[in-house]
Structures are given as C-alpha cells and as structure tokens.
Design a protein around this ligand. Sequence first.
Ligand code: MOS
Length: 750
Amino acid sequence: MPDTILMPAGHVRLGSNAGQPMTRRDGIAKVTGAATYAADNRPDRLLYAVYASAGIARGRVAKLDVDTARAHPGVVEVYTPENRPALEQDPDEKFHMFAWRTEALQNDSVRYANQPVALVVAETLEAATEGARLLSPEYEEQPARIGFDNGEIYEPGSTGIGGAVTFSKGDIEAGRKAAVRTTETHIDTPLQYHNAMEPHAAVAEWDGDLLTLDCPNQALVMARDMFAKYFGIPGENITLRSPYLGGGFGSKAIPIGPYILAILAARELDRPVKIALRRDQMFGPVGHRGGTRQVVKLGTNADGQLTALEHNATSTTSSFDEFIEGAGNASHNLYASPAISTAHKGVRMDTGTPGPMRAPGEASGSAALECAMDEAAEAAGLDPLEFRLRNYSETDPASGKPFSSKALRECYAEGAKRFGWATRPLEPGTMRDENGHLVGWGVGTSLFPAPMFQALATATLRADGTATVATGGVDMGQGAWTALAQIAADGLGLPAERVEFLAGTSLQPDGGVAGGSGHTATAGGALFAAGSDAIRQLAELATNDPDSPLFGAGNAGVEARDGRLCAADDDSRSEAYEDILARAGLTALEGSGTGGRDPSIGEQWAMFSHGAVFAEVKVDPELYQIRVTRLVGAFAAGRIINPKLAQSQLTGGMIWGLSSALHEEGIHDLRSGRLVNGDFAGYHIPVNADAPSVEALLIDEEDPYVNTLGVKGVGELGITGTVGAIANAVWHATGTRVRSFPIHISALLK
Ligand code: MOS
C-alpha cells in the first residue's frame, strides 16, 4: 500500500478552527444589503448598456432601426456588426478549453433565440432599454432545429471539458449472456437553465490600457487572462473583482459576449459601462444543461448481482460549439459489474451552447442509473437498498483501483435508519397516509468525483501576532470565505479572529477555479501550505536562537498552537509568535503555498464522495399531484471543514435534485425555437413549500490519501442520487415508472 500523503509531521494541524460549525462570515453583509455585487458598482460618468436579444432561433438579422434607437434621448451609441470595433481575439475561436464560442456582434447571424444582436449604450438604464427596443429587428429566418428528433445526431469529440466519449471494461456480451434477468430503462432529461439569484453583470472601466472589471466570476485569474486575449493586453493589466457572487453553478466561469461588448464600449466611449442581464436574458447566452436521452441496460444474475451495465446517452448541444453532458460517466465508478460500457452521442440544436451546470454529467446520468437500478431490483424481487448493497463496489469498477476512502455503506445504514426504511413494503401502491394519499419511498446513491485543480496562496504573519492570508478564491454562496479562512487559521496555528482573509480579486495569488466541488480542497490546500510555510520559518528562528525557550528543540520538535510555538514533548517550553518575531527584529514573515494534486496520487487511488438519499413522496390518488414530503441524505466526503456550511451545500444540492425531479425544464417551442418559459413565471423551481423536510447527515470519513487536508467536496454531491430517489418513490407510490424528467402529472395518468 502506498504511504499516507497527509501533512508530514507538521508544526500545524487541522482541527482547531476547521471542523467548527462557524457561521458564514459574509452572512450579515449579504442579508443587510451591504455586500457589493458587481452591478452595485457605480463609478462616476457611468453609462448603461442593454443588448437587443434575437427573437428568432436561426437565421440572420436583416434590418435594425439604428437611426431611431440612436435618436432616442440619452442614447450615446448603438453597436451592431457594422460598427462594432475590432477585437484581438475572434470570439468564434476555441482558444482555451474554457473558451466557449460566443456572440460579440462578429456578424449578423442568429444561432439561437435570445442571442445578443446589438448593443445600446446610454446615460440611463431606461434610455438604453428603450433604445434596444426601438431597434425593432427584422430577420431572415430559417427553420429552427429543436428536439431530439429534429437535430443532427453526431459523434462528439468529448464529454464535458475534455472527457472521453466512450468507455468499456470487461465483456459486455458475456455479461449479457450470464444474466438471468435484463432490464432496459429509458430516461429523458430536459434542458435546464441555471439562473443564479444574481444575473450576470459587469462594470468595466478603462484607464489607458488598464481595465478594472467588476464581474462575478468563478475562476478569476483564468478569466482575467481570457478577457485580456480579447483586448490584446497582458492579463496583469486587468483587475477582475468578484468579492461576492449571488450563485454561479458553473455559469460564471466563462467570459460571455455581453461582457466583451460592455468592455469594448467602455474603451471606445472612454467612460465606465455597466451591463446587467435581465432575467429573460439568462436563457440563452450564459450556458445551460443540455438535455439527454438515455438508455441503461442492466443484466443481473440469480444472486441479484450485476453482470453487465450499459449506459448510452445522447446529449443536446448547440449548432456551433460542443458541450456534451457526460451522463454515461455516472455509471463508471459506482456499482460493481464485471462488464461496463458507456457511450455518448451529441445532437445539434439551435440553442446556445450548454456548459457546466452543477454536477455536469453526473446530475442527469445518476438520475437514469438510479431509476435503472430500481427497476432491476424490482425484477430481482429485492428491496432496492439491498440490491444496491449486493452491488457495492469495494474497488473502483472502472479502474480497479482502491478508493482513497469510501464510507458509502455507513451512508446507506445511517440514512436508512434516520428515514425508517426498514418497514418499507416491497410492493408499490400499498402505503396510504391519513388523507388517503398514496405514499412511496425511494432510494438513490450519490457519487461525485473529488477532483483538485491548482491554486496559490500567501500567508503573512505580523509582529503583533496577527496574520493576513490571500488567495484569489471565490465565494459564490457556498461559504468559501468562511471554510477557507478556517483552514488558513489552522495553517497558521491561530484563532480565526486573528487572521485577515483576502480573496475575490485577480490581484491575489491565483486561487484557481471555484467549481468541480474542488475549491475547498485546492485553495484550502494552498492556504494551509502557505500558513505552515510561515510557521516553519518561525520555528527555524526560534529553535536556532539561544534566547528562545525552544532553542535546540529542532524544527520538527515544535508545534503551533493558538499563536504560540510549543515544544512537542514539553508543554512548559513555549513562546508567542510576537516574541519570536520581535527578537529576530522582523515586522513580518511571509509564507507561500500551492494547492493541487500530485498526479501519482491519482494513479494510485480512485477518489469520490458518496452518499445515499432517501425520499418520501405523497401522490394525490385522483389528481396525481406529487409532493416530496421528506428527503434524508447521508453523505461521506472526507474531512468536513464546516459542518454547518457542508449541510447547507448538501441540502441545497438535494433541493436542486428535487427541482430536477419535479419542476425544472427549459421548454423550447418546436416551431420557432424560442423559449416558451424563459422567465421565473414559467421556469419552475421549488420554493419552501415544495421542500418541507430536507435533512443532510454527515458521515465520518477519514481520507489519508485524497489530499493534504483529507477534504473531498460537497457542492455537487447532493444533486446526484436525489432525482432517482424521488422517481423511485413515485413508482413505489403509484406503480408507474418514470421515463422523463421533470415528472409531469400527465405521466401518472392511466
Ligand atoms: Mo461547477 S458546474 O463545477 O460550478
């Protein structure tokens, strides 16, 4: 077995601040309105930009009434493809793996409804809005290609960002033959449009060739450098500020056309320009989750064990770029099967290009897999939890590698206990509540990878015993400003109150991407390393100084605790940080650190977070209205840095799962290609009354291998498992199998 890669006998350890249920440090600023979001910035001489959205899904803009728009009082400039100033980077070129082809008025073509077709800049928001309306576009329209049956089906180049399209292990044919029962489950999932509470916005201000950009973003330095490409300036010329995000969910990692246009206008007009998308404009240019059509075929033997697992998915993408929801990938790492095969196809439609959306791939893939597992359990005559236990994988099914940790069995046990699963009747349609409503119970397994990216951090310890740590990390509502500060404080052996935490701008060391559920592990790893680097230097000063009580203890012989260095073997020998620095004549001491994963770790271990979600639904026997009355999830994700925030992330994920199961879908009119429900009146999301009881249990899990902190991720985990659990509960209540999400009442009418 490989050695543990936990922090080598360190001066510092996690556990004083990390692990505490600290309340969100930015909470009061947010709920009182003091927090400054991008669109709250109002520099002097500010201009307002509003773009006109395409009213067709495919074709070209034939005419714009630019004169009328320009003549409207307050309108300063109107940009169309005819007068749009040049960019240094073609927005249709894929120059970076996170560069989506985007519309910045490079030509008059329309590729999807709601695409920007012109930009109006004015002295007021009202004038800009009216100016955009007065453009009254006329189009040459072509028939829209929308829906699985109307678009071109093709072999995509990758799934997600760079993922493989097909996977197979073992002999599927042999697996099929070995089966005594086979099931074939067809599941459709809809297009979903991520709609953060804070719509996308930017305030751009130039000073010569220096740009200040206030803009919510999940990957500050990466995005800064991409913006710099469009304008042909060095990345260092841009200060990207994103102290608060009102949600991101994957949609705010990528520079989009409207931002580029606002920055361009600010440069041309030599005044700051603000753009803020309206809610209806969130349905188009900012990405979405592609729809999927999935088939899962399972073979099981007489003992209820899988002999073959096939998962094929067709995912929608745009006509001009590619992002394929890697739905089949959800079947690689969960259930033991001697043969696994997955494959993806794409279907081109006249929509914007999909992008990462909270648990991209796993969210929709897990929904189909968990429905299929339930159907196979039924075919085998087994309780669905028992069936999952019979197919529990002790090593990663895809690679055969050991898991760095896997407390899924405990999740099943604790979740089932809390939920009361043991009394569940096997037969569907047998439970009723006191009002005569049909009651059903379902289960689903949660799984999400524990990836890491790259991050840098610094830690400055000052003569007064306080410290400042910095990383360009991002808090999009998940609580990074709190959890990362807890890790940083432990890295310095200080109480959190004595550590100033700086994040949220591109001026700080690159904090990496807040995404993939890997931000706490990655940026946290960098912060912890930076703190412990500072403490290592401090220990060197003390243990080499004859005037220190720690003299001669050796660098490895001291520990940092609560602002003091102590001899590891003798508590009576200790010294405050202030005293060590004062005697050395130093006003400050700087440490630096990196976060990321040694690739050799990935070669040795399979690393995933796990969970089990149990759902109760009640269904009106006449109207077939479905209510999710209880959700209980039990999750194991390595070390939990802040249980309060982790629970909030996990319950949030489960509620998103509920949303996917019952509410959310972007509906495009098949004839025009326009969205029928592109606003919050028509695009349904759950409210409190839809989620009366959602509980997330945190299961202890120690992971000595995953990274220096033992941290996996919790941001996306809760969605997976939940959608299937609810669909399976609906079957248990009604006897009707779900074939498409969200579950409509009409699907239950017989
Ligand atoms: Mo996420 S979809 O990695 O923000």
